[in-house]
Design a protein. Sequence first.
Length: 269
Amino acid sequence: MPEGDTVFLVAKRFAKAMAGKTLLRGEFRVPQLATVDLSGREVLGVGTVGKHLFTRFSGDLTLHSHLMMDGMWDVYPAGAKWRRPGHHARVIFTAADVQVIGFRVHDLKLVATSKEHDLVAHLGPDLLDPEWTEEHAARAAAALAADPARELGLALLDQRVMAGVGNLYKCEIAFLLGVTPWTPVSEVDAARTVALARRLLLANALAGRFDQSTTGHLDRNRKNWVYERTRQGCFRCGGKLLVRTQGHDVRQRPTWFCPKDQAGPYPEQ
């Protein structure tokens, strides 16, 4: 599932292409919205809260969407051929010079713009909130520390703690803290963990990088410490990495870590 900074950049690209323009075509290809036509409405802007994306239109109307594992909003010049199969298109927005297509986007809902918050009220503080304050940081740290025995990796992925962390950042945050993702939350500094998570997401979002770097390097083989580095090994020590599954059922995620540089428990297999 995309990280919060990826969704942030998708929304930024969407807004740059479409904000301030009037829809000539606003079509949905999902049963619950199949009869809705948004043509004639102006696109006022596009924003995010964690991994949730909100497209705002004139007339106090907002479209909520989520990328999940396979969704994407693509931008094309008017009349250009799509790079993805047409039968994957669930939303088609066109203006005079541009088209924005929602391929396999999920959780599509139309709500009053004034009611947007109801859809994300259950989430923790958004790590990319432009109005982030010390109060946001304190709330996230308190939520992280609320279950001391919980595995750090599971807590980091819980969007009710703080919104935006995905599996990549989960692995990288645990590495930078020097502990395995199975380490109990009680053994890490909650405030430091929140600050680190925000710093990593914000750095990539502000740099406009869809291909995230947590090391500061942009080369494909040097951009992460442990995430998906099975062949290359640990970026710090060069040692062999281990990969284990963390979580259960649909929440299972492959989890990379360095047994030399990260202290703490982990499954044998």
